[in-house]
Design a binder for this molecule. Structure first.
Ligand code: NAP
Length: 190
């Protein structure tokens, strides 16, 4: 990897019927899955959609919030970006690992730049209002890791299998960082 590139990873969870969100939060209540997410992204720079940002109690520093609202007021340590590409470039410029944490619309725009997708497949259908984007061709990515755990889903009281999958995209589109402006340009030439 060149000096202006870094590993960009998307992370999320999806139910067996494709749902990933309900009323601004997750359709399920599985604290162990949430703890895995929090541990994995700790210390990273995050790219976050505005609705997902608003759903979070704690947003770490070096979080880049994608929104078209130029007057958006954000918590300390967070910066608004106009586009997903700008967010990715700014996150890469921090020198930290970069995680795209959703929601659906941000996954849909960011996936071409992601080398990895850490996707937890929750093997139960859930009612929801936001679907994992069908446009993300994960079936063409390589599965390079899989770990399964069974956890109690707290709303239903049922045990549910969670498959923690690690997908890799062989040749992600590259995000370049112009060091003077942190402007993004895709397919940045070394
Ligand atoms: N299961 C999971 O792993 C997971 C992960 C994350 C989120 N979620 C859930 O997903 C739901 C939210 O997802 P969502 O897709 O509705 O919302 P979202 O992606 O979190 O946020 C959407 C907002 O982000 C901004 N945005 C998105 N794409 C943009 C682009 N290409 N350019 C500029 N701005 C852009 C817009 O903000 P403005 O309107 O301000 O312009 C848009 O309204 C919630 O229920 C959340 O809990 C689930």
């Amino acid at each position: 990897m060149g000096k202006h590139e870094s590993l960009i990873t998307a992370i999320g969870a999806v139910a067996s019927n494709g749902m990933l969100g309900l009323a601004g939060w997750l359709p399920w209540d599985i604290p162990e899955e949430l703890a895995y997410f929090e541990k994995t992204v700790a210390g990273a720079a995050l790219v976050i959609g505005r609705l997902t940002y608003e759903s979070m109690d704690v947003v770490p520093e070096d979080s880049f919030i994608v929104s078209r609202q130029t007057d958006l007021v954000l918590r300390p340590g967070c910066r608004r970006v106009d586009t997903v590409e700008q967010g990715l470039a700014a996150a890469v410029a921090t020198g930290k690992p970069v995680f795209v944490i959703g929601g659906a619309s941000v996954y849909a725009a960011a996936w071409p730049y992601c080398q990895r997708f850490l996707l937890t497949r929750i093997e139960m259908p859930f009612a929801g209002d936001t679907l994992f984007p069908a446009s993300i061709p994960l079936d063409t990515w390589k599965v390079v890791g899989e770990v399964c755990h069974t956890y109690r889903e707290r709303k239903t009281g049922q045990d549910v299998v969670c498959r923690f999958l690690q997908y890799e995209q062989p040749e992600p589109r590259r995000i370049g960082v112009d060091c003077n402006s942190t402007a993004a340009c895709s397919d940045f030439a070394e």
